[in-house]
Design a protein around this ligand. Structure first.
Ligand code: ADP
Length: 394
């Protein structure tokens, strides 16, 4: 029988979930507003059931309580079938966890040790794991890491120019959004093997945003570094920043580490620059010059990284757009691709507006693709592989 796999993506204030039977999505939704105004919304793709309701404060107080509130809908959907495995998105696997793993006590200890490296993501990922272990004690629990895809990138992209002892203790460029890049590469390998074999830049542009240079399916460089703060500006995160600014905030302005962390993670990026919104749709619809400037800065940084990545790759065969903005904003794609003939890249505006997968002009040497990412499906595949390898060795 097809394995039943629940994929969980636990963040600070939300738990996104997808229930798969084999490779078919049965149920999908999220619990949002944890700790504040908790709300559950889900949709069954089998029975077309929809749930859209506020949770009580008690139901939304912790990740464990929220998962409990989800259980009745899951049980109704499963009709007596067990959940065989729960696959978790985990932001940081550090240096040692380089591939998806079954979560054991030892793995949890290592994941907890990594919490300081991703303080805004990892603790919530781990809270989701603990809640799922309690709710589904018989299921295999797997951890799939956003860092794994980059672990074999070249040393020059792995290090900072700091004393080596810091590198040895783990102060490295890890790179994130790996599950998204892995999904895109797996898709290309199957659907467009010629593209897969070439020099690619994948731009994952969502609330979180990064870019990855890929050669032959291997990450060569990414814009994110030690934390998911570096590189491109994001919804509320600043992206690349002169470290001298942090020193200035600390010493001249007397800000605390917590205040600086809040500023860089939650008040910067598109939100900070525009003073209007972190949401690209809102900015696109706004007439305010600050909204246009925020979009201009976003596009400028993408173009700058694209040029740098083309140099590192020794050329560019394909640019892939993905993520909420990459998949949906024809405006951002048009601005990023303008005047790139020198790079052999010309987009076709009619195709860009049409929803086509390939939006480059027929005359363009390099191709431009728009491919929807699917991190949940990637986690499902990894978790299914772990399930079947354990069944073979049992
Ligand atoms: P996350 O990183 O949280 O998964 P998403 O990948 O869902 O985020 O991307 C969210 C971003 O995508 C938001 O800035 C949103 O405004 C943007 N977006 C979604 N649809 C559109 C659209 N049609 N046009 C422009 N931007 C869009």
């Amino acid at each position: 029988m097809a394995p039943v796999i629940l994929v969980l993506n636990s963040g600070s204030s939300s738990i996104k979930f997808t229930l798969f039977s084999g490779d078919a999505v049965q149920l999908k939704g999220q619990i949002s507003g944890l700790g504040a105004q908790p709300h559950i919304s889900l949709r069954s793709h089998v029975s077309d059931t929809r749930v859209d309701r506020d949770l009580t404060p008690a139901e939304g107080r912790t990740h464990a309580a929220a998962l409990d509130a989800l259980l009745p809908s899951l049980e109704q959907e499963l009709g007596g079938q067990d959940v065989d495995a729960v696959g978790h998105r985990v932001v940081h696997g550090g240096v040692s966890l380089t591939a998806p793993v079954r979560i054991t006590g030892e793995v949890m200890t290592e994941l907890r040790r990594l919490e300081p490296l991703a303080p805004l993501h990892q603790p919530h990922n781990l809270a989701g794991i603990e809640a799922a272990c309690a709710a589904f004690p018989k299921a295999l629990q797997s951890a799939c890491f956003d860092t794994s895809f980059h672990r074999n990138h070249p040393w020059v992209n792995d290090t900072f120019a700091l004393p080596r002892s810091l590198y040895e203790e783990g102060v490295r460029r890890y790179g994130f959004h790996g599950l998204s890049y892995e999904y895109i590469c797996a898709y290309l390998k199957q659907a467009r093997p010629d593209v897969y074999a070439g020099k690619l830049v994948v731009a994952h542009l969502g609330n979180g945003a990064s870019m990855c240079a890929v050669s032959n399916g291997q990450s060569i460089g990414s814009t994110m570094g030690f934390t998911a703060l570096d590189g491109l500006p994001m919804g509320t995160r600043c992206g690349q920043l002169d470290p001298g600014v942090v020193l200035y905030l600390l010493t001249a302005k007397g800000m605390t580490a917590e205040e600086i962390s809040d500023l860089l993670y939650k008040e910067s990026g598109l939100k900070g620059l525009s003073g209007i919104s972190q949401d690209m749709r809102t900015l696109t619809q706004s007439d305010a010059p600050e909204a246009a400037e925020a979009i201009d800065y976003f596009v400028f940084r993408i173009r700058r990284e694209l040029g740098a990545m083309a140099a590192v790759l020794g050329g560019l065969d394909t640019l892939v757009f993905t993520g909420g903005i990459g998949e949906n904003s024809a405006l951002v794609r048009r601005k990023v691709c303008s005047d790139l003939e020198w790079l052999g890249l010309t987009a076709d505006e009619a195709k860009n507006q049409s929803g086509a997968e390939e939006i480059s002009a027929d005359t363009s040497r390099a191709s431009v693709l728009v491919i929807p990412t699917n991190e949940e499906e990637m986690i499902r595949r990894h978790t299914e592989k772990l399930l079947s390898s354990e069944a073979v060795s049992a």
